[in-house]
Write a protein that binds this ligand. Structure first.
Ligand code: SAH
Ligand code: SF4
Length: 417
């Protein structure tokens, strides 16, 4: 989501004749787009901007954007007075105003960007990120996102379709739909709008000429009804990889987190998906050591891992965030938290090694999008495995069958068929 926000900002700045550079000493404007989901990146922000201030060109401006900008606001300028402006995650469209106004701070978390038509900039010609919702209405007790990105609002269907058409015409064969709860699309628009849900949206996007692959993140397990699973399984343009953020396998902890589903519901959906679509790969997010998590609760999380055998797990220790309910709860001892994280990650690695070894000799349809320095070209299989073959730039933007000859934990190496 931050990558897409950065693309929006770059697109607006092109109007003002800015060009991109990675060289801090050359830049007239230095922008830092921040995350605040966990605590670490927030600390990193202040050490990074201190370094930028030391090395920047005389007169260069520094702007802090994104979720940390939303929740710290003007305190960022108090702590780092050389920062020229602060623009919250939902205020991306105000970048030109920020450039023209001294010490501009805008952190309105419910600012309505949903109908704003951004200019065109894509960091990859092969795939296009397209926002479909902004904000989040859920109240997961650990999560700061609703406080930094505001209430959930859907972007009108006609704007999404126009953006997809434009991207497809410019050569992006893969469309990546973005939102905090994508499968809740259509819940609320800022103006009157025809009734449309995420399954309808997927079918409309797949009808656009030039679109070959559709991906999306994040869907919410609570909204994985049968209509959604059916659309996912049966629409041939939807890539068969599903992100199912579990957070915890314990129904008690899920209730304490206010996730709205139980262990049984999650397992029912994940196992039904595996049955309906044997080639699917399922990824997840897990938080260990949420306040109050007992050994039995953690064992429930491990049980879900055994049953679902996720292809990918993003796992984190609970990090207390300001403005959230869970920030005031008693933390679990850090040693126990670290031990649980290691147990989970070690078991996942064993499962992953089995999944990857089983790919040996199999053929995957790979869309190539990355030229690597080691003479390899990388891409993604339809079920989201990272696949690499020896090759050159002619492969970029093409979809080819690849037979896997060397499965590794993080990627599959293969040969073109
Ligand atoms: N909308 C998505 C999550 C977006 S945040 C969803 O509902 O799943 C991305 C991930 O960060 C979350 O899934 C969660 O696993 C993790 N996360 C969020 N807040 C956290 C916190 N306080 N501590 C640790 N991990 C957290
Ligand atoms: Fe955060 Fe929950 Fe919203 Fe995801 S659904 S962004 S975890 S509040």
């Amino acid at each position: 989501m931050n990558v897409r926000d950065s693309e929006h900002i770059i697109a607006e700045l092109k109007d003002e004749n800015y060009k991109l550079t990675d060289d801090i000493t050359q830049a007239d404007l230095i922008l830092i787009n921040t995350c605040s989901v966990r605590e670490k990146p927030v600390h990193k922000l202040f050490s990074e901007i201190g370094g930028f201030e030391k090395n920047k060109k005389v007169g260069a401006k520094i702007g802090v954007l994104g979720c940390t900008a939303s929740h710290l606001g003007k305190d960022i300028i108090k702590r780092a007075p050389y920062v020229d402006f602060v623009l919250g995650a939902r205020n991306t469209s105000k970048i030109k105003q920020a450039l023209k106004t001294t010490k501009f701070v805008s952190t309105d978390i419910n600012y309505d960007d949903s109908e704003y038509a951004f200019k065109e900039f894509r960091s990859s010609p092969y795939k296009a990120f397209v926002n479909i919702t902004i904000g989040c209405d859920k109240k997961c007790t650990y999560c700061i996102v609703p406080q930094t990105r505001g209430d959930e609002i859907s972007i009108p269907l006609n704007l999404i379709l126009a953006e997809v058409e434009k991207a497809a015409k410019n050569g992006a064969k893969e469309i990546f739909l973005l939102g905090q709860n994508v499968n809740n699309y259509g819940r609320r628009f800022s103006n009157s709008h025809e009734k449309v849900d995420f399954s309808d949206l997927l079918n409309r996007v797949s009808g656009i000429s030039g679109v070959e692959r559709i991906r999306f993140t994040s869907p919410h397990p609570l909204h994985m009804d049968d209509k959604f699973l059916d659309t996912f399984v049966n629409n041939p343009k939807i890539c068969k990889s599903m992100h199912m953020p579990l957070q915890s396998g314990s129904s008690e902890i899920l209730k304490a987190m206010k996730r709205g589903y139980t262990k049984e519901w999650f397992l029912d959906r994940a196992l039904k998906l595996r049955k309906l679509c044997p080639e699917v790969s399922i990824s997840t997010d897990i938080i260990v050591a949420y306040p109050g998590e007992s050994d039995e609760d953690f064992a429930d999380t491990m049980d879900v891992i055994e049953q679902v055998k996720f292809e990918q797990i993003f796992s984190f220790k609970f990090s207390p965030r300001p403005l959230t309910f869970a920030a005031n709860l008693e933390m679990i001892d850090d040693e126990i938290a670290s031990k649980r994280l290691t147990t989970l990650q070690n078991r996942h690695n064993e499962i992953l090694d089995e999944i990857m070894s089983a790919q040996m000799g199999k053929t995957h349809s790979v869309y190539f999008e990355e030229l690597r320095a080691d003479g390899m070209v990388g891409g993604r299989s339809f079920s989201n495995f990272s696949v690499m073959v020896k090759g050159s730039e002619e492969l970029l933007g093409t979809t080819r069958d690849v037979i896997i000859t060397q499965p590794k934990r993080m990627a599959l190496i293969g040969e073109l068929v």
